[in-house]
Write a protein that binds this ligand. Structure first.
Ligand code: GSH
Length: 219
């Protein structure tokens, strides 16, 4: 099995956290020919990373689908709790992480000149604030988003929140995370997990991020 991924790819980061947390023997490589190449599009018609190549050779794109597959295929150690309500909570926080935090951040980071007043920035910032306001109500005092154990929710949330301070600062909101003390505390506690730490260390150079997403001297 092989995962096409890049260290700079925000949507690939959650999948790599899950792979490292489960200790899976999956080769991780950049997309052949490069992300936008015809060669890679011939393998994955969506043209996106992450893309898992199954043992059968079938490509499986979309980070959420890949994480569900890995959880079903390699259930130990579990990254999904047992009961239906706990499972639903994890899935909800995954959705908030992907749709209301990661996606707005990626869209905001794509704006080459945040000072240009592009109206779509306001839309993405509003969505981001909605995601953070909701997440703040769910994260408690435990190390991970839904309790004492790492779950798929943390795989999704931790890389996004790592990127947040720098992207928010570029859009005039340097203290955005501090407005959500529970989330700020969660960022610090969840990043102690070795699998999360490994992925944040992989992301840091390309995003020019320091510890917990602080700006580096060159960032
Ligand atoms: N919803 C997708 C988003 C994947 C995505 O947009 N990945 C970026 C890299 S982080 C990409 O492949 N961009 C290239 C493109 O959209 O052509 C997922 O969760 O896997």
């Amino acid at each position: 099995m092989k995962l096409y991924s890049e260290n700079s790819s925000p949507f690939s980061a959650p999948v790599r956290v899950a792979i490292y947390a489960k200790g899976l023997n999956i080769d991780i490589e950049p997309p052949p020919g490069g992300l936008l190449s015809a060669k890679f599009h011939a393998i994955n018609s969506l043209g996106t990373i992450p893309c898992l190549i199954l043992e059968s050779g079938t490509p499986l794109p979309e980070s959420a689908a890949i994480m569900e597959y890995l959880e079903d295929k390699f259930p130990a150690p579990p990254l999904r709790p047992a009961g239906p309500e706990d499972k639903a909570r994890v899935r909800l926080l995954q959705r908030i992480g992907e749709l209301l935090i990661m996606t707005p951040l990626v869209e905001l980071s794509r704006q080459s000149d945040p000072a240009s007043g592009d109206p779509s920035a306001a839309v993405w910032l509003t969505r981001l604030v909605r995601g953070l306001s909701s997440l703040q109500l769910y994260v408690g005092d435990e190390p991970f988003a839904t309790g004492a154990q790492l779950t798929l929710a943390d795989c999704e949330l931790a890389p996004a929140l790592f990127m947040l301070p720098k992207i928010a600062a570029a859009h005039g909101k340097p203290e955005l995370l501090q407005a959500y003390p529970q989330i700020d505390r969660y960022v610090a506690s969840s990043s102690q997990h070795p699998a999360i730490r490994q992925v944040l260390d992989e992301m840091a150079p390309t995003w020019k991020l320091g510890k917990y997403g602080a700006r580096t001297a060159s960032g």
